[in-house]
Write a protein that binds this ligand. Structure first.
Ligand SMILES: [Zn+2]
Length: 178
């Protein structure tokens, strides 16, 4: 299958993904493809539905890279199966982009700290408690598998404006490609 970034308003970005109950080669294959596309697109996180895989899987790599792809600053790399936020604490304003909304950057409220439970690639339960950038990426990606795009945190007026700007950008980009 050819996995490509799905962009808004693709309907898979609005749906809650299915729970993974298979911890085998198929899951490994999904995860490999998710990392591949994430690195190709220069992302720090990716949810499975962003490339059309209908399951609760996210991958994250916060390693900062230079243009040549050589590692500059070692970050955290992890893949989470069926992740869920079980605790949130504090409030921060977060400026975020999203591979499914190319060209758009918005500032939205996020929790400062999160506690997440998930399974690893073998199906074993893991728990992560973190803050800072990783906490933000976790919230963004876990929202994706629950069908919640980051624009949902904007006020209705702002959301409308941002979506108009985005649809205009999208039209211009596709015109250039055709
Ligand atoms: Zn996103």
């Amino acid at each position: 299958m050819d996995y490509k970034i799905r962009t808004w308003p693709d309907k898979i970005l609005k749906q809650k993904m299915k729970k993974v109950d298979f911890f085998d080669e198929r899951l490994e294959d999904y995860i490999q493809n998710m990392y591949r596309v994430m690195y190709e697109e220069d992302g720090v996180g990716l949810a499975a539905n962003q490339i059309g895989i209908p399951y609760q899987i996210i991958v994250i790599d916060t390693t900062k890279r230079d243009k040549k792809g050589e590692d500059k600053e070692e970050g955290i790399k992890l893949e989470l199966i069926n992740p869920k936020i079980i605790h949130k604490e504090g409030n921060v304003q977060s400026t975020e982009g999203c591979l499914s909304f190319p060209g758009i950057q918005i500032t939205i409220p996020r929790a400062e700290k999160v506690k997440v439970v998930a399974q690893d690639i073998n199906g074993d339960e893991i728990e992560i408690e973190t803050d800072g950038f990783l906490a933000i990426v976790l919230q963004h990606e876990i929202d994706h598998i629950n069908g919640i795009p980051f624009i949902n945190y904007l006020s209705p007026v702002k959301k409308k404006l941002i979506l108009e700007k985005y649809m205009k950008l999208k039209k211009e980009t596709s015109r250039r490609k055709n």
